[in-house]
Structures are given as structure tokens and as C-alpha cells.
Design a binder for this molecule. Structure first.
Ligand code: ATP
Ligand code: MG
Length: 257
């Protein structure tokens, strides 16, 4: 089976007047279609930097990225925009919602980069909002009128509206209470059941244990993921009783050949 995400020996170096910051070091990671992978690691270790590369929002300084078999380095800006619109749903760590627009207008935004007819856009947004169980009476509210957990669910709905095969989520439960976090995780499990590939960043070992596999980044270097046999989950209470992930302490070249 060909991986849907395949990065090989990726480095990311940020250059500024202050000097060079080498943030990702020789990172390799392959994710199979339909797999649910968690990425964990301390604050500042490079998780969002890696996620931005996986989401084609940034390019590696060195190394290769094959997305659904396409060499991302060979795509021009228009092709990258198309790949992002059709293949990837991105849930940002800081939501990136537009505060002046309503909930439903925010969810419809990614469709403006596609040829989905106007008549279908609202219907798709409605389905996405139903999937994340945001109450209907909030759909016309402005983003600034929502709670953090509600904003998070709108951000996930926006990532789902194009029905992309790949969902990338950066700390989607980071600002939520545990019950709302469990609801959000339920959404990701359902997406996996529908055949989506999910890559999710989290600080929380309990959340990481719900994935098929957890990969740890420390100081911009990836550690082999501990494979966990399928762990059953339930909406409430199960997360804290899951076994902790056994993370190897020695760095290695990559998560998966
Ligand atoms: N555009 C940039 N220019 C320079 N340095 C950057 C840039 N983006 C990120 N960094 C640095 O890269 C390092 C990793 O940042 P990143 O956002 O990837 O961390 P993270 O693992 O997502 O952390 P957190 O868990 O706090 O979200 C940090 O030291 C950050 O300051
Ligand atoms: Mg981050």
C-alpha cells in the first residue's frame, strides 16, 4: 500500500537577521491511507512546523514530500492551492477563524477555492456543522460570540466541508474541557471509520493513545512511534484508563520505512 503522506529526510531552517534556526532535523514519516497517527512532543519541539509542511502551507528547506504519490516540490502555486483545497482539511492550533463572519460563512470559506456550485455550499456547511454537533441556533452567530470549544468545533467543520481524504489537526482538543474533548475525538474516530487519514498533534498522552500510532518529536527530531494495537474508545471515561504510550528514549532515523 502506498503511503498517503510520505516525508523523507526533511529539514526546516528558518533564516532571519538574527541567524538561522534549524527546527526540523532529518524528519521522515510515512502515513498509510486510513491510518490515525498522533504526533506528540514538548512545546517548541517543531510539531506545528512539521504540520505546516504536511499541509503544504510551508516547504521543507531540504528533503522530499510525496503527498498521495505527488512530489510536492514539483507543484506550482496553483497546483498547491488545488491540492490543499481537495485533499487536506487543516484544523489550526489557533483556529484561524474570521471573527466578523458568521459560523456558517466561516465553514463555507474553503469552498470558495473549489468549483462546488453555490447552491451546494450551504448544504455542505450544514452537514459539516451537524457532524461536529454545533447547536443549530449558533450557526448564524459571529465567531467572536462563541466559546473556545464551540470555535474549535467550527474549525473542525471548516476542515471537513470539502470532504478531504486527509485531516490534519493541530491540538484540536488543547483548549477544551475533557467532555468536549471526548466529543471532538469521537468526530475524528468517525472520520477514520469513513476512510479518512488523520494526523493529530496533541500534548495529551491519553488522546495520543486513542490513535493507531503515536510519533514523538523532541528538539525537531522524530522518534519511532510506539505501535499500539487497536484500543477501544468510548465517549466518557475511557481516555484516562488507557495505557500510557511507551516512547523509546533513543532517537532514530524515522518513524516508518
Ligand atoms: N517562521 C518562523 N521563524 C523562526 N522560527 C520559527 C518559525 N516558526 C516556528 N519557529 C520556531 O520553531 C520552533 C518550533 O515551533 P513550533 O511552532 O513548530 O513548535 P510546537 O512543537 O508546535 O510547539 P507548541 O506545542 O507550543 O505549539 C520554536 O522554537 C519556534 O520559535
Ligand atoms: Mg504548535
Amino acid at each position: 500500500m502506498r503511503p498517503v503522506i510520505d516525508i523523507r529526510n526533511v529539514h526546516r531552517i528558518f533564516e532571519s537577521e538574527a541567524g538561522c534556526a534549524h527546527i526540523l532535523h532529518n524528519v521522515s514519516l510515512a502515513v498509510d491511507p486510513g491510518e490515525f497517527v498522533a504526533i506528540t512532543g514538548p512545546s517548541g519541539s517543531g510539531k506545528s512546523t512539521l504540520m505546516n509542511i504536511l499541509g503544504c502551507l510551508d516547504k521543507p528547506t531540504a528533503g522530499d514530500y510525496y503527498l498521495q504519490g505527488l512530489n510536492v516540490a514539483e507543484l506550482d502555486d496553483d497546483e498547491l492551492t488545488e491540492v490543499r483545497a481537495l485533499s487536506i482539511g487543516f484544523v489550526f492550533q489557533s483556529f484561524n477563524l474570521l471573527p466578523r463572519l458568521s459560523v456558517i460563512e466561516n465553514v463555507m470559506l474553503p469552498l470558495s477555492y473549489t468549483n462546488v456550485p453555490r447552491s451546494q455550499r450551504e448544504m455542505r456547511a450544514v452537514h459539516a456543522l451537524q457532524a461536529v454537533t454545533l447547536p443549530v441556533d449558533h450557526w448564524d452567530h459571529r465567531i467572536s460570540e462563541l466559546s473556545g470549544g464551540q470555535m474549535q468545533r467550527v474549525a473542525i467543520a471548516r476542515a471537513l466541508v470539502n470532504d478531504p481524504p486527509i485531516i490534519l489537526a493541530d491540538e484540536p482538543t488543547g483548549n477544551l474541557d475533557s467532555a468536549t474533548g471526548a466529543l471532538v475525538m469521537e468526530t475524528f474516530h468517525k472520520l477514520q471509520e469513513r476512510g479518512k487519514t488523520v494526523v493529530l498533534i496533541t500534548h495529551d498522552p491519553g488522546i495520543a493513545a486513542e490513535a493507531d500510532r503515536a510519533v514523538t518529536i523532541r528538539d525537531g527530531r522524530i522518534h519511532d512511534g510506539a505501535y499500539i494495537t487497536h484500543v477501544p474508545y468510548t465517549l466518557h471515561g475511557a481516555v484516562s484508563s488507557l495505557p500510557a504510550i511507551d516512547v523509546p528514549s533513543t532517537p532514530s532515523k524515522g518513524a516508518k520505512a
